[in-house]
Design a protein around this ligand. Structure first.
Ligand code: 5GP
Ligand code: MN
Length: 323
């Protein structure tokens, strides 16, 4: 990353007094860990920080220091806004939506470089990894609380250091976060391994409905499934991670019916297949191996449309890999 980019981020953060930090809807560990990691360190140099996630945070991440400060609405005036782990502004869920954001820090290859200053590193395994690398250059301290937040981001986004974008630097930076006081086995257990009983009950109909055809696997979670399981959130309870453990599958697809008349799609692909481009065709985005989109329509309509496109896409990808 260029020196002038680092300097302009450092300058922009230090010049501002009131800083708004945002990340994406249905926040995962990287969204929450990044917002808290950067937010707590800015507070420690005397900044007023407002941390906002449109969907709030789930109980499973409440153990993180500072997590109770995260709000659902922007309530204060601010000098600058920083968007973390979101490849487009729509992902913030309409927060400060008419604004040209000041800083965009992200690791998605589909990032639209929507801010005044854009730090986008698609080689990083997590946005928290980018923060762990550069915060010292910005004059921000990584103490135990900050290290805990950032290591949680890395653990969750890499599903415990096992995604294809892991690189030596991921482990080096993670080791440094441990040296700064983050407890890896504890964070691994709390943020990744442990599940609520409601989450597992919600998986159950999803698993029962799995279909497989020509290397493609798909299943659905309906609002009714969610209600029956008393699952409180609008995400997939990480079912998609379980789907990726099934052998001989090229692409897995999960459809999650939403209350607002859209369907949330998650694609997961084997190395060599890039589903991020497929997701952008549907207004979403992501990484080559893991991407998503929110598509308006009923579950039946969206499923038919997306399955069709994914079948054609996979057939083309297999054809290209054979030639
Ligand atoms: P997931 O399927 O777990 O929701 O997301 C997989 C990856 O794609 C994540 O990195 C996530 O941030 C990204 N992603 C998921 N949904 C969307 C979306 O609607 N728009 C964009 N731009 N990215 C998404
Ligand atoms: Mn991320």
């Amino acid at each position: 990353m260029s020196n002038s980019l680092q300097q302009s981020i450092r300058h922009t953060l230090h010049e501002a007094q009131n800083i708004l930090l945002l990340s994406h809807i249905r926040p995962d560990g990287d969204a929450i860990g990044s917002i808290l990691g950067l937010g707590l360190s800015l507070q420690k140099i005397g900044k007023n920080v407002e941390m906002v996630l449109a969907d709030g945070i789930s109980n499973r991440h409440r153990f993180l220091p500072g997590s109770r400060e995260i709000k659902r609405k922007v309530s204060k005036n601010f000098d600058i806004s920083v968007v973390l782990d979101a490849s487009d502004v729509r992902r913030t869920g309409g927060l400060a939506k008419d604004r040209l954001h000041d800083i965009n820090i992200d690791h998605h290859v589909t990032n639209e470089n929507f801010a005044r200053i854009n730090l986008v590193d698609p080689h990083a395994s997590a946005t928290a990894e980018i923060l762990a690398e550069y915060m010292p250059e910005w004059g921000l301290l990584i103490d135990q609380d900050v290290a805990t937040a950032l290591l949680t981001g890395i653990i969750v986004d890499t599903i415990g250091f096992r995604t294809s974008n892991i690189r030596p630097k991921t482990l080096q930076l993670s080791a440094r976060l441990m040296e700064n006081g983050a407890n890896l086995p504890e964070l691994y257990q709390l943020s990744l391994v442990q599940k609520s009983i409601a989450a597992v009950r919600y998986w159950s109909p999803g698993l029962a409905k799995i279909q497989v055809e020509d290397g493609l696997l798909w299943t659905t979670l309906t609002l009714c499934d969610r209600e029956n399981a008393s699952y409180p959130l609008n995400d997939d309870a990480d079912l998609v991670n379980l789907l990726t453990t099934i052998e001989n599958i090229k692409i897995s697809l999960l459809f999650v019916e939403q209350k607002n008349g859209t369907v949330k799609i998650s694609w997961r692909a084997q190395p060599g297949i890039d589903v991020s481009q497929l997701a952008t065709q549907f207004g979403g985005g992501g990484h080559p191996a893991a991407a998503g989109a929110d598509i308006p329509g009923t579950l039946g309509e969206v499923k038919a449309k997306v399955l069709n496109s994914t079948i054609t896409f996979l057939a083309d990808a297999m054809h290209v890999s054979k030639t």
